[in-house]
Design a protein around this ligand. Sequence first.
Ligand code: C2E
Ligand code: CA
Ligand code: CA
Ligand code: CA
Length: 277
Amino acid sequence: AKARGRDSAVIFNGEMLMQVQHKLTLERDLGMAFDARELTMYLQLQIDQNGSAVGAELLMRWRRPDGTMVRPDLFIPAAESSGLIIPLGQWALIQACEIWLALERSGNLIHLSINVSPLQFRQQNFVDYVRTLLATTGVPPHYLIFEVTEGLFIDDIDQTISRMHDLAKLGIRFSVDDFGTGYSNLTYLAKMPLYELKIDKSFIRNIPNDPTSSAIVHSVVAMAGHLGLQVVAEGVESIEHVHFLAQHDQVIMQGFHFHRPAPLYNVITHLQGLDFA
Ligand code: C2E
Ligand code: CA
Ligand code: CA
Ligand code: CA
C-alpha cells in the first residue's frame, strides 16, 4: 500500500508538471501569436424585437498558421496569468475603434460591445488610455459598451465604482456580462453607472421548459426595466427561445439562432441584406 501511495504521488506530480509545462507553452505561444498578428476579432450581431441589428459583441479569435482556431475560453485565462492581457486588451480597444469606423463608412451605425478583463480595468492608466484612444480615433464613445463580469465587483469595490464613473463621464457605457452567475450585490449595482444587463446563456438555454430559468429571466428583465437598464439575452439558439423572449419588447437577443460570430467583412455583407424579423 505504501508503494502504491508513493507511485500515485509520483503520477500526481508528473501530471502537475505537465500542466505547468502546458500552461507555460500556451503563454509563450500566445505571446508569439500576438506578435505574429494571429489574433483577430469576430463580431456577433445583437438583434432587437423588431428584427433590426442594433449592436455587435467583439469576440477574440486566435487563428493558428495551420488554419485551426483556438477559442478564447482557452487562451484568455493564459493571457491573464501571463500579463499579456494588458497589450491584448489595448489591441482589442483599438480594434473596436477601427471596426466602428469601418461600420460607419459602410452605413451601419451600431454599438460595439467589448469584453474588458478585470486586470485590464484595474491598470493604473486605463482611463487615460481610453480617453486618448477616443480623442485620436474620433469614435463617439456612447457607441462603445464595456462588458464587465461580476468578478470585477469583488475587490476594491469603491475604486471600481469610481473608475466606472470616470469612464462613464467620457461617454463609455457599461454592461454586466454573464449576469446572474456571479456575485452581485444589488446595493452596489445601483451605485454603478450601468447601461445594460446581459443575461447569461445558462439561463436562456433552459427556457421555456425549466420554470426556474424562466422565472429568473422574467425577473431580470423586470429588474432591468425598473432600473432603467437595457437587457440583452445571450445564447439565443432556438425559435423557442425567441418566442419566449418575445414576451418582452425591450429584450435584445444575441445567439446562434440569429448570427454566429464572424469577421467584419462577412458582417458588413450580411448587414446589407438583413432582415431577421
Ligand atoms: P462571453 O463574453 O460570455 O461571450 C459569449 C460567448 O458565447 C462567446 O464565446 C460566443 O461565441 C458564445 N455564443 C454566442 N452565441 C451563442 C449561442 O447561441 N450558444 C452558445 N452555446 N454560445 C454562444 P467565445 O467567442 O468562445 O468567447 C468566450 C469568452 O472569452 C467570452 O465569453 C469572454 O469571456 C472571453 N472573450 C472573448 N473575447 C474577449 C476579449 O476580446 N477580451 C476579453 N477579456 N475576453 C474575451
Ligand atoms: Ca461578453
Ligand atoms: Ca456573456
Ligand atoms: Ca461567459
